[in-house]
Write a new protein. Structure first.
Length: 200
């Protein structure tokens, strides 16, 4: 399961989808990285090159980039990061992600990868894509307004322009104003005949 903060048990982007504790106190993970052999990295890399579907290509290439050191004790090729970035971008552009959450995950990961390898062209493309997904979420009325704001405002290396910052701040202020307005409307609609506010 992807984890931007790398707060999982292995300090990697990808992590287990489940974990637990055995009766003897040892912790188990599913899947467990200790079961992966070094050859699996070669297999993923080989699959990343010919596979056509952008979602699959991104996953294979990103697995190699993220897990090569911990599984095979080798440094991943920057080409794997490039494969992943391009595939993530295409998967968003071609609307191959299941929902807006998937688009945000892919866009943010793309930006992270581009920053890791210092590719300014792809940083620009990832930032632009993340802003596009942000706008889609606003139009759809989706509540995930904070993702682009947090990522682009907090990270200095994203290269967001003053205009982009202003847009994000304006969107945040607009969302807050809308929520406050909705709360007031709910309270007004909850008044009793005596003008008292009903508890909700």
């Amino acid at each position: 399961m992807p984890n931007r903060q790398r707060s999982g048990p292995w300090g990697t982007y990808f992590g287990p989808i489940g974990s637990g504790t055995n009766t003897d106190g040892t912790i188990w993970y599913s899947p467990d990285i200790k079961d992966a052999v070094p050859e699996v990295i070669e297999h993923w890399a080989a699959r990343a090159k010919p596979v056509a579907h952008p979602v699959l290509k991104a996953r294979y290439a990103d697995l190699v980039w993220d897990l090569s050191r911990i599984i095979a004790n080798t440094s991943p090729s920057p080409h794997m990061a490039l494969f992943a970035i391009n595939a993530y971008l295409k998967s968003i552009r071609d609307n191959l992600r299941a929902n807006i959450h998937g688009k945000f995950d892919a866009a943010v990961r793309t930006l992270d990868l581009a920053i890791m390898i210092g590719d300014e062209t792809r940083i620009d493309a990832a930032r632009s894509t993340l802003l596009d997904v942000h706008r889609q979420a606003l139009v759809a009325g989706d509540g995930m307004w904070w993702i682009a704001f947090d990522r682009l405002i907090e990270e200095k290396r994203t290269g967001v322009s003053d205009e982009g910052r202003d847009e994000l701040v304006s969107d945040l202020e607009g969302f807050v104003a809308k929520m406050v307005g909705s709360s007031i409307a709910i309270c007004e609609g909850s008044r009793t005949k005596n003008g008292e506010i009903l508890k909700v």
